[in-house]
Design a protein around this ligand. Sequence first.
Ligand code: CP
Length: 301
Amino acid sequence: MSRFKHLISIDDLTKEDIDYLLSKADSFLPIAEEKRKLKILEGKILANLFFEPSTRTRMSFETAMRRLGGDVINMTSQEASIVKGETLADTIRVVSKYVDVIVIRHSLEGAARFAAENSDVPIINAGDGAGQHPTQTLLDLYTLKRESKLDGVKIALVGDLKYSRTVHSLVKALMLYKAKIYLVCPDSLMLPEELLEEVRAERVEIEDAISEVDALYVTRIQKERFPDEEEYKKVAGSYTITSSLLENAKEDLIIMHPLPRVDEIAVEVDNSKHAIYFKQAFYGVPVRMAILSEVIEWKRD
Ligand code: CP
């Protein structure tokens, strides 16, 4: 019996749900690494509906589905009949007749929830505007669990905390694990007010964060979400993590980034023992295997 049908927001999951998915991801890790084969999704089809660009989320969902024996069909905004004037609701109603699960990314906050209301099959939110990115959060938590620690982790969220949907989802989940959260950002890119009211966090300078934390979670300044280019220019390049900045870091500090990166982490850091972001992107595969198998199981119930 599956625990949930759709995955729209991290708020839809309890801590027990998250722990369950993370241990399920552990069991899928050898399949993601191609050490073992398991074709439990044979005959099932995933539709990737990406109305915004993606490399990691779309491709790791596709990899996860194919390694578990399933098939994938992809559609981007340029290819969809939405360009002819079809509504998102009609698109979802139709696609949900063809496939077993839909992964959707859209520029509008709330689009995935709206899709779920119009779908016969499970909907997974792959990012809705500056809203949420719950599957990224699950892989972030999985990375913390495997590469550092999750319960009581000291973590600094760095960069664009206003528009980064990965941060909006992650910060809520971290509260469940009693994390000590530090915020490092320009004034204009602080967390949205409603999240600030909910989250216990302390604002610090980047140098203080680096010497204190177990994990740095660095984010890109989300240029595409700024209503005004001039406002973006004021904060572009605010932080760059360099080797010299890491001189006072804890031995076992890990540096995470949901990627893509622009200039927030210098390329010289990639070879340091702290850099974990490419491994983090790989963990998207076992985590998304866990999510897909869970929601598709729902359909079978
Ligand atoms: N982290 C993330 O969502 O990456 P993509 O935009 O490449 O999917």
